[in-house]
Write a protein that binds this ligand. Sequence first.
Ligand SMILES: [Zn+2]
Length: 240
Amino acid sequence: MIQDTGSASMMSDQQLIGLDQAHLLKIEDNSELLGQKFQCHHEVLIPLAKLIRQSEKDGIPLRVVSSYRSFEQQLAIWNRKYYQDILLNLRDGSQVSSQELAGKERVDAILHYSAIPGTSRHHWGTDFDLFDAGAIDQGYQVKLTEQEFSEQGPCANLHQWLEEMMQDYGFFKPYANDLGGVACEPWHLSYQPIAQPALKEFPQQLLRATLEESDLGGKEFVLPRLESLLQKYVYRINQD
Ligand SMILES: [Zn+2]
């Protein structure tokens, strides 16, 4: 059964940092179960399907915006923000052009919303970004902002529903509150029975070696303080 995970659900070090996909199940092979196509950890399919089914019964049809992401995909997200002239959201709510910031400040601004490649919980296939498909007008592009999940936002009902229901299905919100690391992300849901041991097993040495070999933008501002960045942006989460 799903809850009795044992060693079967343990991921390899490569899988934990997004370099290997053997732990994944392609949900597109099971789309009759969910009606959506994305990839997730093979042990998360059933609890996620149950959560989505219940949400549809309750009139708040969950849709997954983002699920599994590989190291390479996260690297592309990171480097786009580091090298291209795009707006980054700062902690105080203001925005600034990426290229106006010095390297270290740029890295810190990116980290507010985007993980260092290899450290995204999305690598595990246990974590999902969600919205309420029933509350969104056709043609509306979901942005995943705090405003959308506020009391006035279109995902207010989803926000409330998740608070009441997610734990019954094994899910929690690791970024429910801004703890000084990753920004508040009320749309990000995580499957605790697999994700919690994954975090405990996180392979710091393999991560460092992989980043050293990668073409990560701002590498010289990341590697010297990697351990403290991991404490702040990977280990510092809401526990339930
Ligand atoms: Zn997410």
